[in-house]
Design a protein around this ligand. Structure first.
Ligand SMILES: CC(C)(COP(=O)(O)OP(=O)(O)OC[C@H]1O[C@@H](n2cnc3c(N)ncnc32)[C@H](O)[C@@H]1OP(=O)(O)O)[C@@H](O)C(=O)NCCC(=O)NCCS
Length: 150
């Protein structure tokens, strides 16, 4: 299987992006168009097919936020989420970020464990952060070394 990450032209592919989002996330977690436009978005392609999507945003000085990570249901559980996470962390290192941050539902143990396996740790709980269904969130961070990858 050939895997590739490709930058999304958010304005041109908004409908495709929102359709993909609906196939992966519950109603309450869908991003509005305005929010997609604020993010740097990437497709994950497997043999040319869009199987995953992630969104990134620059935070405060030296911080990169992973604002969305999703793999289509039919493609989950075979290691693609792990590949996506490794790619996100590698990108952050390559670009010289000192910290990677992300938020997820407190009950999303699959995502939390996956993040932890890359060295992320929970730094904050976010009471009632999610709707439909209502749930707390957790903020996780990974501190990277300050040396820029050359
Ligand atoms: C969370 C998500 C990105 C993970 O991607 P994935 O391709 O399913 O995950 P992987 O197959 O790479 O597995 C990652 C870890 O999840 C766990 N996992 C995988 N399949 C699982 C399953 N069916 N049940 C329980 N845990 C499972 C494993 O612990 C695995 O770790 P391992 O590699 O040490 O075995 C994906 O499931 C997804 O898009 N879910 C819906 C959207 C979502 O919740 N996104 C995160 C919001 S922040």
């Amino acid at each position: 299987m050939e895997l590739e990450f490709r930058r999304v032209d958010v304005a041109a592919e908004m409908r495709r992006l929102r359709d993909f989002d609906k196939r992966v996330f519950s109603q309450g977690d869908l991003f509005p168009s305005a929010y997609w436009r604020e993010c740097e978005v990437y497709w994950m392609l497997a043999d040319g097919k869009r199987v995953g999507c992630c969104a990134l945003q620059e935070g405060e000085e030296g911080e990169l936020w992973i604002t969305s990570s999703g793999i289509l249901p039919a493609w989950q559980g075979i290691g693609l989420g792990r590949v996506m996470k490794a790619w996100q962390v590698a990108l952050a290192r390559r670009c010289g970020y000192r910290k990677v941050l992300t938020e997820t539902r407190a009950g999303n143990t699959r995502m939390i464990r996956l993040n932890e396996s890359f060295g992320f740790r929970i730094v904050k709980t976010l009471p009632d952060n999610y709707l439909d269904p209502d749930e707390d969130g957790v903020e996780m961070e990974l501190v990277l070394s300050s040396t820029r990858g050359q």
